[in-house]
Design a protein around this ligand. Structure first.
Ligand code: PLP
Length: 413
């Protein structure tokens, strides 16, 4: 079954109550039991059922099953935001004294989170290029997670997942990949050796910018060393499923950052058009990047634009697509602001992966809490604009940017 068909007819898609084609929104906090004995069984995971929405909900489960199938995972657990999914994905296996090695080109919020972890004695070592060679130099006995984004946001470097996973496994360390910017349409990191995938569903998965959410997908194949990953040792009897079981019945449940049923429903609808949207978004990004590249005084960063290792990786790993993000350096913050303010269709808004083209000045927004050093390692500069293309007609988008650049330069003169 090909991707777009799977979105509509995959094995995770069930006939819901009354033959509904979509999962009904189960907007309740608690579920009723006929007997206390039945309730006890569900609580003890001895019978299937839902007891309380923070722990499990049928609409959320319908979304989890769909995303698990699309990413090729053994299971998925949905959260109230991408950040809560990342928090749980990491804290599920780390203890004080442990270390993360992460790609430097990282979403600003994740960098802020990793700084928060320092207070709990969890250190992050950033590498400026997320390559086997650079990562290997940083590995030590305390390294417990290797973390990267498929297409780093906003540096737009593509991770060679196969290579990094092989290195990671040779040291007995799991690889966690944030696949938000690529989506399962471009790549399944688990099939290339990643162990855990996380998403901000707020972006391409939801697609319409109508709710915030996140999800963890477990590959279910990593052989956990229960001494090294002591947090999982009470779940040893579950073997390779220990990671998911701990999230579901311990840390994830206790932190309580559950996805709301309505969000899960909106994400199910979003997923159904993921393939069509991604195709159009990536085509638009490529066309716009090429048009912007005609401007001699603007530096355009788009993965398939050049002839470097990124282009080769896009061809190999991302089916030739470069994703929906472009960054441009325009020479100064003032010019960046003038261009941003002159755009008519592109919306100045803080997100990505929407059906609308969105633009932002990362240095003064997403990375406002980052140090200069962190900004530099993430590839954020004062004159940088990030563009997340939508599904508009490409000619209109190109015209919008061409006019905005012209208007901004005329305003300066
Ligand atoms: N990961 C990436 C790559 C992101 O771009 C974002 C948000 O922009 C997040 C995670 C965090 O997601 P959320 O805003 O849903 O918490």
């Amino acid at each position: 079954m090909n991707f777009n068909t799977k979105l509509l007819h995959g094995k995770s898609i069930k006939k819901y109550a009354d033959g509904a084609t979509l999962p009904p929104i189960s907007q309740v906090s608690a579920y009723r039991f006929d007997t206390a004995q039945e309730q006890e069984k569900v609580f003890n995971h001895r019978a299937f059922g839902f007891a309380y929405t923070r722990v499990g909900n049928p609409t959320v489960a319908a979304f989890e099953q769909r995303i698990a199938e699309l990413e090729g995972g053994s299971g998925a657990i949905a959260f109230s935001s991408g950040m809560s999914a990342i928090t749980v994905a990491i804290l599920n296996i780390l203890s004080t004294g442990d270390e993360i090695i992460s790609s430097g080109g990282l979403y600003g919020g994740t960098m802020d989170l990793f700084r928060d972890f320092e207070r709990f004695g969890i250190k992050t070592r950033y590498v400026s290029h997320f390559t086997k060679e650079e990562i290997e130099k940083e590995i030590n006995d305390n390294t417990k997670i290797i973390f990267g984004e498929t297409i780093s946001n906003p540096a737009l470097e593509i991770t060679d997942i196969e290579e990094v996973a092989a290195l990671s496994h040779s040291h007995g360390i799991p690889l966690i990949i944030d696949n938000t910017t690529a989506t399962p349409y471009l790549v399944n990191p688990l099939s290339l050796g990643a162990d855990i995938v996380v998403h901000s569903t707020t972006k391409y998965i939801n697609g319409s910018g109508n709710s915030v959410g996140g999800v963890i997908v477990d590959g279910g194949k990593f052989s956990w060393d229960f001494e090294k990953y002591a947090a999982l040792s009470p779940f040893k009897k579950y073997g390779k499923a220990a990671y998911s079981v701990r999230i579901r019945s311990d840390l994830g449940e206790n932190i309580g950052g559950t996805m709301a049923p309505l969000t899960a429903y909106l994400n199910v609808i979003g997923l159904e058009t993921l393939g069509l949207r991604m195709q159009r978004i990536c085509d638009n990004a490529k066309a716009l990047a090429e048009a912007l590249n005609e401007n001699k005084d603007i530096t355009v960063n788009y993965p398939t634009l050049g002839t470097d290792h990124n282009t080769a990786l896009a061809a190999e790993e991302l089916k030739g697509f470069g994703g929906g993000l472009i960054t441009i350096r325009v020479g100064s913050k003032e010019r960046a602001y003038r261009i941003l303010n002159s755009l008519e269709y592109a919306v100045r808004a803080t997100s990505l992966g929407d059906v609308r083209t969105l633009v932002i000045h990362p240095a003064s927004t997403l990375y406002i809490h980052s140090t200069k050093e962190e900004q530099e390692i993430a590839g954020v500069y004062d004159d940088l604009i990030r563009i997340s293309t939508g599904i508009e007609d490409p000619e209109d988008l190109i015209e919008d940017f061409t006019k905005a650049i012209k208007a901004s330069d005329e305003a300066e003169n």
